[in-house]
Design a protein around this ligand. Structure first.
Ligand code: ZN
Length: 240
């Protein structure tokens, strides 16, 4: 099965912030997409906030099995209408992989129902990510742990509902820890949150991160059961 993935990015700081543009001259979305395009089982497209329909017209969502989401400074520019449409798609079975500062995106907060706040510090120090569920498909090929030489710190408490599955826990040099790879079921849809990816670090050029995002996309796209019907229902068994 080919998984059709749409890599969405707000794509604002790449225009306004020279250090970000230096690392991601074509946008964070293109770096993420480049990491996925080598895989024969993934069909990859990109979309950005300032395009028509905020990058997510129904025609595109109709052909999207999994959406990845990176946002930071423009969460409030995502319209109610876009949030409603993406939310409905997730409940109907579209996978959603929320990345880094997407923890504060309107769609993630809608799906979680909590504040989704956390501690942060832009010190560009080392992050070690530990696999805490080695049986999980999202952990495939990552080893027991892996390191990002420079990242922003995110620390607990992370105000999310208890994950259905916790796959990764991060350690930071300042002493903090963080639930860095977590999953939830929402309706027929699967939602994953992956922590790494601050815009001033080359995280989305890192092969381990490409593997992690690819794993999460495949997990979020896994086949699932038929669409349920709701409401008043006739018996499905013949009258006795
Ligand atoms: Zn950040």
């Amino acid at each position: 099965m080919t998984v059709r993935v749409t890599v969405w990015n707000e794509f604002r700081q790449e225009h306004t912030d020279a250090p970000v543009r230096a690392i991601y001259p074509d946008g964070i979305h293109e770096a993420i997409a480049a990491g996925l395009r080598g895989a024969a089982d993934l069909s990859v497209r990109t979309a950005t906030l300032d395009s028509a329909s905020q990058g997510l017209p129904d025609a595109l969502l109709d052909e999207t099995d999994v959406l990845t989401w990176w946002g930071h400074v423009a969460h409030d520019d995502v319209s109610d209408e876009t949030v409603d449409r993406v939310h409905a798609r997730v409940l109907d079975g579209m996978g959603l992989v929320v990345l880094h500062s997407g923890h504060f995106s309107r769609i993630f907060k809608r799906l979680m129902g909590t504040g989704c706040n956390l501690k942060w510090r832009e010190d560009g120090r080392r992050e070690r990510l530990w696999v805490v569920d080695p049986s999980h498909p999202i952990a495939e090929g990552l080893g027991e742990s892996f390191v990002l030489p420079e990242e922003e710190m995110y620390g607990e408490f992370f105000d999310i509902p208890a994950p259905d599955e916790l796959v990764l826990v991060s350690w930071f040099e300042g002493g903090e820890v963080f639930r860095s790879g977590a999953t939830w079921r929402r309706g027929r849809g699967r939602v994953a949150y992956l922590r790494p990816g601050h815009e001033t670090h080359p995280t989305y050029h890192n092969p381990d991160i490409h593997r992690l995002i690819g794993n999460a996309v495949r997990w979020a796209a896994a086949p699932r059961g038929a669409a349920p019907t709701f409401g008043n229902a006739q018996p499905v068994e013949p009258p006795g």
